[in-house]
Design a protein. Structure first.
Length: 515
C-alpha cells in the first residue's frame, strides 16, 4: 500500500478491492489453519481416550481391557434395598454361549465314581445294578515339566584282536554340543514369538524350576534356529511369488547396535503375504531402509496384482511390467471415519455419505464371501460397480468445495488420488478389496514389539524375521506353533535334500496339538 492515498476515486476503488481481497485470503487461511488444528486436537483426544471405531479382528488383541477383564465379562446385578423397591423389574440377562467341546485329540483320564457300599442295597433288600451313567469333562493343566535327557553312547571293542573301539552314534542335533533339545527350542521360540514373552522373562521362568540359562545363551539359540530355518523359508518364498495376488506392508523396528547408525534410528520390518488359499504364506524381512529398492529386491521376480497402501516405497516395483497395483479400501474408509469423528455432534455431514457407500461395498463383499471367484466377479460387476460410479460422481462434485487442510479434505484427496487403484478389485473375483490380510499378518509382530520394545543386534532381528515367518505361516495353515516347531526341529538335522525340506513345510505336515 502506498504511503499516501491517491485522490483518483477509481484508483482508490481498485486499491480497496485489492486490500479486501488480501484480507479475505488471509482470513480464509487463518480460519483454515484454526480448523485444521481444532480437528487434530479432536482426533488426538479421541485416539487417547475414545473407543476405536474399527474393531480388531484378533480376539486376543491387547486393545481389550486387561486389568478389569474379569469384571467386564461378568454382569453383576446389584440388589436394591427391599424398602426402596416399588415394582419388581426383571433385568434382561445375556444368554451364555454354548460351551465348545474339548478337543477329541487330548488324552483323557477316566475317573469312575461309584455309590458307596452302604447305598448299594435297596430298601426292598435287593442289590442295585448299574443301568447307565452320566459323563462330564473337566480340563486339567499340568505345569511345565522339566527333565534331563541323558545320552549314553556305548563303546564296543573286540577282545580277539586290536581293532579300534567303536562308539555308538548319537542322532544329529539342530545345535550340536548344546543343552537345548528340540522341545526346549520349540518352547523358547513359541514363548517369545507367539506369546510375546521377552527372553529375560523366559530366563526367570527357567530359574523358578532351578535351571540357570542366561538370556545371552537363549538369544544365541534363537539366532542359530533362525539360520537353520532358512531353507524352508526359501521354499515358502517360491510359493508366495508364484501366486498372482500379493499383499505388502511394513512397520517400524528399532535396533540398538546397527553398524554405522545411531541406536535411536528407525529400521523396518517388511511383511509379504499371499499364496494359494489352501497354502497361505506370510514372510517377514528386516531392512534398515524404507526406500523403493527394498520391495524391488524382495519382489524382483513377482508378476501379478500387488495390494498395498499408498506408501511411495512401492511405486518402483508397481511400475514394472507385469505388476498391477491395487488400492486399499480400508485405508480410504479409515480417513472418512476420522473426518466423521470431528463433525459437529448430532449432525450428518459429507463424511457420512462417503462412509455409507463404502460400507455398502463391504456389505456386498460379505455376502459374496462364500461364492466362487466367477460368481464374485459377476456380483461385483452387478452390485459394486454402480456404487463405485455413484461414489465417483460424489467425489467429483465434492472435492472442489473441501478445504485441503481438514480431515475431510484429507479423506477426499486420498480417495481421488488412489481412485484408479481402488476400483481395480472388481476386475476379477479373486482380487481383495483391501490390505487387511497384510495388516493382520503384521499384527503379532507389533504386539510382540510392545513387550520387547527393540532388538539388540541385526542378527537378532533377522532371526526374529525368520522365526516370525515360519510361525505365522504355520498358524495360517492350521498348525499349533509349539507342536509344529518341535516336529521340524527334531527332523531338520536329518534332512539332506529338497524332498526332505518340502515334507516339513506347514501345508505338508498333519496338524497336531501340543503335548
Amino acid at each position: 500500500m502506498p504511503e499516501t492515498l491517491p485522490d483518483d476515486p477509481e484508483v482508490l476503488k481498485q486499491l480497496l478491492a485489492e486490500v479486501l481481497s488480501s484480507a479475505q485470503k488471509l482470513a480464509k487461511d487463518k480460519d483454515g489453519q484454526i480448523e485444521y488444528l481444532r480437528e487434530q486436537i479432536a482426533l488426538l483426544t479421541q485416539r487417547l481416550f475414545g473407543r476405536k471405531s474399527e474393531q480388531t479382528a484378533d480376539p486376543d488383541s491387547p486393545q481389550l481391557e486387561i486389568f478389569n477383564e474379569a469384571e467386564s465379562l461378568v454382569e453383576v446385578v446389584a440388589e436394591a434395598p427391599v424398602d426402596e423397591v416399588e415394582e419388581e423389574v426383571v433385568a434382561p440377562t445375556k444368554r451364555r454361549g454354548k460351551r465348545k467341546p474339548l478337543p477329541a485329540e487330548l488324552p483323557r483320564v477316566e475317573v469312575i465314581h461309584e455309590l458307596p457300599e452302604h447305598e448299594l442295597t435297596c430298601e426292598c433288600g435287593c442289590r442295585k445294578q448299574v443301568i447307565g451313567e452320566e459323563t462330564s469333562e473337566q480340563l486339567e493343566i499340568i505345569p511345565m515339566q522339566i527333565r534331563v535327557i541323558k545320552h549314553i553312547r556305548k563303546t564296543y571293542a573286540c577282545k580277539g584282536c586290536e581293532t579300534a573301539p567303536v562308539t555308538a552314534d548319537k542322532p544329529a542335533q539342530l545345535i550340536e554340543k548344546s543343552l537345548a533339545s528340540p522341545s526346549v527350542l520349540a518352547m523358547l521360540l513359541s514363548t517369545k514369538y507367539v506369546d510375546g514373552t521377552p527372553l529375560y522373562r523366559f530366563e526367570k521362568i527357567l530359574n523358578r524350576h532351578g535351571i540357570d540359562i542366561p538370556r545371552q545363551t537363549l538369544a544365541r539359540w534363537v539366532i542359530q534356529c533362525g539360520a537353520q530355518l532358512q531353507p524352508l523359508l526359501n521354499l515358502m518364498r517360491d510359493k508366495l511369488l508364484d501366486y498372482p495376488v500379493l499383499h505388502c506392508d511394513e512397520t517400524r523396528v528399532q535396533v540398538l547396535k546397527e553398524p554405522g547408525r545411531e541406536p535411536s534410528s528407525q529400521s523396518w520390518m517388511w511383511v509379504q503375504t499371499g499364496g494359494p488359499p489352501d497354502r497361505p504364506v506370510i514372510l517377514f524381512d528386516y531392512e534398515t531402509s524404507r526406500a523403493q529398492g527394498v520391495p524391488l529386491r524382495l519382489l524382483e521376480t513377482y508378476r501379478g496384482y500387488l495390494m498395498t497402501d499408498d506408501c511411495p516405497s512401492y511405486n518402483a516395483v508397481a511400475a514394472q511390467a507385469g505388476v498391477e497395483r491395487l488400492g486399499c479400501w480400508a485405508h480410504a474408509r479409515r480417513k472418512f471415519v476420522e473426518a466423521q469423528k470431528v463433525q459437529p455432534k448430532g449432525k450428518t455431514g459429507r463424511a457420512d455419505m462417503a462412509l455409507s457407500l463404502i460400507n455398502k461395498l463391504y456389505g456386498i463383499e460379505r455376502d459374496l464371501k462364500p461364492a466362487s471367484d466367477g460368481q464374485r466377479h459377476q456380483g461385483r460387476q452387478q452390485q459394486s460397480l454402480p456404487l463405485l460410479n455413484q461414489l465417483n460422481a460424489w467425489l467429483d462434485k465434492t472435492q472442489p468445495h473441501i478445504a485441503r487442510k481438514t480431515a475431510l479434505g484429507n479423506a477426499v484427496n486420498y480417495l481421488a488420488k488412489n481412485w484408479s487403484r481402488l476400483v481395480r478389485y472388481i476386475e476379477a473375483g479373486h482380487l481383495p478389496i483391501d490390505n487387511n490380510r497384510a495388516e493382520n499378518a503384521i499384527r503379532p509382530f507389533v504386539i510382540g514389539r510392545k513387550n520387547w520394545m527393540f532388538s539388540d543386534t541385526p542378527k537378532g532381528v533377522t532371526a526374529s524375521a525368520q522365526i516370525y515367518s515360519l510361525i505365522e505361516t504355520a498358524k495360517a495353515n492350521g498348525q499349533e506353533p509349539y507342536a509344529y516347531l518341535r516336529h521340524i526341529l527334531e527332523r531338520l538335522p536329518q534332512v539332506n535334500g529338497l524332498e526332505g525340506y518340502e515334507a516339513l513345510l506347514p501345508w505338508n505336515c498333519a496338524p497336531a496339538i501340543a503335548s
